[in-house]
Design a protein around this ligand. Structure first.
Ligand code: 5SP
Length: 226
């Protein structure tokens, strides 16, 4: 088990580099976590530590109530939110939080991002919803994420007056959703500035979502076959 946790520590630390690479965070305000498969544990970054200084050794292992079980630093301020999601949504293996600029502007307005783009249909299967305002630190953010995303296609929620939380089958998928959420939010904003975005048929959104989720990309070729 210690080898598994060591690998997850490395993965979570390095995925924070994607948040900076895609310009989704300012200073230290965003975090990535991953569930430890088969264990009531998660790995998350320490609070308020520069992204440049994050590494496998300073990641924090917590239980699914946010209690530190291994680590020398205080865990992220959003640990309770991540832990609540893992407790409530067993299919989720990764959680990400950012204040990425365009998506957070929609969160500040409390306006869901309606689906007017193929890229949004692909990743989100429709609108990106808004969740309730909640103070940082307790279970309320987690409750809002779970209430909004349960039964919803979108892996991203715009938490009102706060920012973006994304979920995924693993931490990399949650990071990808955060990248795509900001890309869609930026284009949706520009479209709104230019005029009224053109509507899309729900059947087209459904077809795009199905193709991207089930067909897009590479299918492993079985050994000896094509
Ligand atoms: O949204 C906020 C503050 O507004 C928090 O998400 C913090 O920005 C997270 O920072 P860490 O505690 O993870 O460093």
């Amino acid at each position: 088990m210690s080898d598994v946790i060591a690998q997850i520590r490395q993965t979570v630390a390095s995925l924070h580099g994607e948040l900076t690479r895609y310009g989704l965070v300012a200073w230290t305000s965003g975090n990535v976590s991953a569930r430890v498969p088969g264990q009531p544990l998660m790995v998350i970054k320490p609070s308020g530590v520069s992204y440049d200084d994050l590494n496998a050794d300073n990641m924090i292992v917590c239980d699914l109530h946010g209690i530190v079980v291994d680590g020398e630093f205080s865990p992220s301020s959003d640990t309770a939110a991540h832990a609540y999601v893992y407790r409530a949504m067993p299919e989720v293996g990764g959680v990400v939080h950012t204040h990425s600029t365009y998506a957070t502007a929609w969160a500040a307005r409390g306006e869901p991002i309606a689906c007017h783009l193929t890229a949004q249909a692909d990743e989100f299967g429709g609108e990106i919803p808004v969740g309730p305002f909640a103070l940082i630190g307790g279970d309320d953010i987690g409750k809002g994420i779970v209430a909004t995303l349960s039964g919803h296609r979108s892996p991203a929620v715009l938490m009102r007056n706060h920012g973006v939380f994304t979920i995924g089958r693993d931490a990399r998928a949650a990071v990808k959703a955060a990248v795509m959420c900001e890309d869609v939010a930026r284009t949706a904003h520009l479209a709104r500035v230019l005029g009224d975005p053109a509507p899309m048929d729900q059947a087209d959104i459904d077809a795009l979502y199905d193709r991207y989720q089930n067909v897009y990309g590479q299918t492993p070729i079985p050994p000896g076959g094509s």
